[in-house]
Unconditional design. Structure first.
Length: 218
């Protein structure tokens, strides 16, 4: 029986085939630039040894594998996802890493893990939800971030769809979901400021369509 999707118009809920081949498909779709771009983004995160990271929507764990060398043996990483295929890949990737753990946990409903982290990271997840659900996700993020900790959002930047070159517009509007169209038109610094975040820093990639936004919790 086909599993009913929670958000039918979203692209963040992956089919088993796409989940199994997610990293390979993204590499092909980006003409080989996906991994080099991610490495740059993780460098720009400026992670430090001993940091404790919560990865909300961790997927296969590829991003986590790039972050792990920066935090070392005294740091830790906890990944959250609900895809059985992603969980299988994540657990296999880190089967010998005692400081990495996985939890099958929805991020779009309130939850409390009973601990806080130095960094909460989200990569290409937030744009795929209706805006009212994003607010719930951000509350979950805030709940699990230490005072003075950093929220790191790697996702689409803010841009005007109507000003995109025709080819870029066609690709974006045919590949992405309607929630993404809304996401790129919002002022995320202002939204996070309203939730008590300060000291923003941003890095742009892939023709400025993608951004790492770093926001410190007051």
């Amino acid at each position: 029986m086909k599993k009913e999707r929670l958000y039918p118009e979203s692209k963040v809920e992956l089919t088993p085939f796409v989940a199994r081949n997610y990293d390979v498909l993204l590499k092909a779709a980006s003409l080989g630039r996906y991994r080099s771009f991610l490495k740059r983004a993780v460098e720009d995160m400026e992670l430090k040894p001993g940091m404790h990271i919560l990865d909300m929507g961790c997927g296969s764990g590829y991003n986590a594998s790039l972050m792990l060398p920066y935090i070392g043996d005294h740091g830790s990483l906890t990944g959250l996802d609900i895809s059985p295929e992603m969980e299988k890949q994540f657990r296999k990737r880190f089967q010998n890493s005692s400081n990495v753990s996985f939890l099958n946990q929805r991020i779009d409903i309130p939850f409390d893990l009973g601990q806080t982290f130095d960094v909460v990271f989200m990569s290409f997840v937030l744009h795929g939800f209706p805006h009212q659900v994003r607010d719930v996700i951000l509350e979950n993020m805030n709940r699990h971030l230490k005072p003075g900790g950093t929220f790191m959002l790697l996702d689409f930047a803010e841009f005007d769809l109507k000003r995109m070159p025709r080819l870029h517009y066609w690709v974006f509007t045919h590949v992405e979901c309607v929630y993404a169209f809304d996401f790129v038109g919002r002022d995320w610094k202002a939204l996070l400021s309203g939730k008590g975040f300060i000291h923003f820093n941003e890095f742009l990639y892939l023709k400025n369509y993608v951004r790492l936004l770093k926001a410190k919790k007051s």
